[in-house]
Design a protein around this ligand. Structure first.
Ligand code: NAD
Length: 419
């Protein structure tokens, strides 16, 4: 059983919404509205495989709530994908966009597939086939997909091209996370991690942690996790002592060179076996005594079963939904500071928003502008959440939900959807 299958992340998020709603005077009807997606589409995508046989792939697009603007959210390719995970991810996108105050609602999509088993040709056909199926639902003013687990800028390029062909003209603003030469934004490649690094810097200031001597462990070494490791070392000089991926992990007390580990993973398919490092399992990684631990893989990896073993001072949630609700309370009581996912990983959607704005204007920004504006958004939001959490004596997650729910409810009221 994979980590993500152990619990239903959509149930988790409904529980999180309820917890925060207890601090707001929301009627039962409004609460129910906030806990359900607005629209869901389930699709079947036929792909002619390289051996000539037809294979049918199942996919989804969930539009959770668009009260604050067009829907926004990534597309995930994963063999264990399911509708409840996509619902949960679409819900998190809604709260994330509201929390960092960008004019988007939330959505998410996914295809049940194992991209590691597909040829480039099959992957392209699947990406285009998905867009053919969800074409009516998406558009620069309707719903804007982006990359997520096991999708990348090449997949986004195919998807944007397919949509543009169907429209009959170029529509760069329909997809974000595109390659630079097709209207992508400077700084999008590392935006999720960079936003996480800015959030960690703010947490370190609050907790008096010196990041230049801090130790860091990273679970998941894809786009988010690898850039997190690289930037923590490059910007602050922090020591990355452990890294894992789906096949297992590595540990080195003296510190790992994250760029060398990435090179090794790209060559061999895993971080495991990296020269001069000891092996650790994904479970052992949680037990390491570190200043900062960063889940950057899938949902539900910190549960009531392993939360007692966590020895970190800060959990920087780059992954969506890594902590189950019952573990949250235990972490709060243990005084472990959690930077909640929809704040910690918001850098990705913030720069996606910048990309969309640049596409609509047809005027690209420089890297410095992107980084400066990203830093401002994350730092400002972090301080707002921190102040509310201190005021109400609640954890950062509940405080973040209180802000996000209030903004979405206000938009729904102004539109006349609710009283
Ligand atoms: P990715 O596909 O680039 O990398 C995922 C990594 O997780 C891989 O290294 C994989 O080996 C590892 N992994 C998978 N299962 C694992 C397991 N059971 N234990 C340990 N490692 C495991 O994906 P990504 O884009 O880096 O996304 C990672 C997380 O960050 C996801 O939760 C995603 O929703 C979230 N996120 C990503 C972005 C983004 O812009 N990429 C934005 C916001 C949130």
């Amino acid at each position: 059983m994979t980590l993500k299958n152990r619990l239903n992340p959509f149930k988790n998020i409904q529980e999180q919404i309820d917890k925060a709603a207890n601090f707001l005077s929301l009627t039962p009807g409004v609460r129910e509205f906030l806990k359900m997606p607005m629209r869901e589409l389930s699709v079947s995508i036929p792909v002619k495989m390289d051996d000539g046989k037809i294979k049918i792939f199942k996919g989804f697009r969930v539009q959770y709530n668009d009260a604050r603007g067009p829907c926004k959210g990534g597309v995930r390719f994963h063999p264990a994908e399911d509708i409840n995970t996509i619902r949960a991810l679409a819900s998190w996108m809604t709260w994330k966009c509201a929390l960092v105050d960008i004019p988007f609602g939330g959505a998410k999509g996914g295809i049940i597939c194992n991209p590691k088993e597909l040829s480039r040709n099959e992957l392209e056909k699947l990406s285009r086939g998905y867009i053919d199926r969800i074409y009516d639902l998406i558009g620069p003013e309707k719903d804007i997909p982006a990359p997520d687990v096991y999708t990348n800028s090449q997949v986004m390029a195919w998807m944007m091209d397919e949509y543009s062909k169907l429209r009959g003209y170029n529509c760069p603003g329909v997809i974000t996370g595109k390659p630079l030469s097709l209207g992508g934004s400077q700084g999008r490649h590392d935006a999720t991690a960079r936003g996480g690094v800015f959030a960690v810097r703010e947490a370190a200031k609050h907790l008096n942690i010196d990041l230049s001597s801090a130790t860091v462990a990273i679970q998941g070494y894809g786009n988010a996790g690898s850039w997190m490791a690289i930037l923590m070392r490059d910007l602050f000089g922090s020591k990355i002592i452990a890294i894992s991926d789906s096949k297992g992990g590595i540990y080195c007390e003296k510190g790992l060179d994250p760029r060398e580990v990435l090179k090794y993973k790209n060559q061999t398919g895993s971080v495991r076996g990296f020269p001069l490092a000891e092996s650790v399992s994904n479970e052992e990684l949680w037990e390491l005594k570190v200043d900062i631990i960063c889940p950057a893989a899938l949902e539900n990896c910190i549960t009531k079963e392993n939360v007692h073993k966590i020895n970190a001072r800060v959990i920087a949630e780059l992954a969506n939904g890594p902590t189950a609700p019952e573990a949250d309370e235990i972490l709060f009581n243990k005084n472990i500071f959690v930077i909640p996912d929809f704040l910690c990983n918001a850098g990705g959607v913030i720069v996606s928003y910048f990309e969309w704005v640049q596409n609509l204007y047809g005027y690209p920004w420089g890297e410095e502008t992107v980084y400066k504006r990203l830093d401002k958004k994350i730092s400002w939001t972090f301080q707002e959440v921190l102040a509310l959490s201190i005021k109400n004596k609640v954890d950062m997650r509940i405080a973040a939900y209180m802000i996000a729910l209030t903004r979405v409810v206000e938009a729904m009221k102004l539109r006349g959807w609710i009283n």
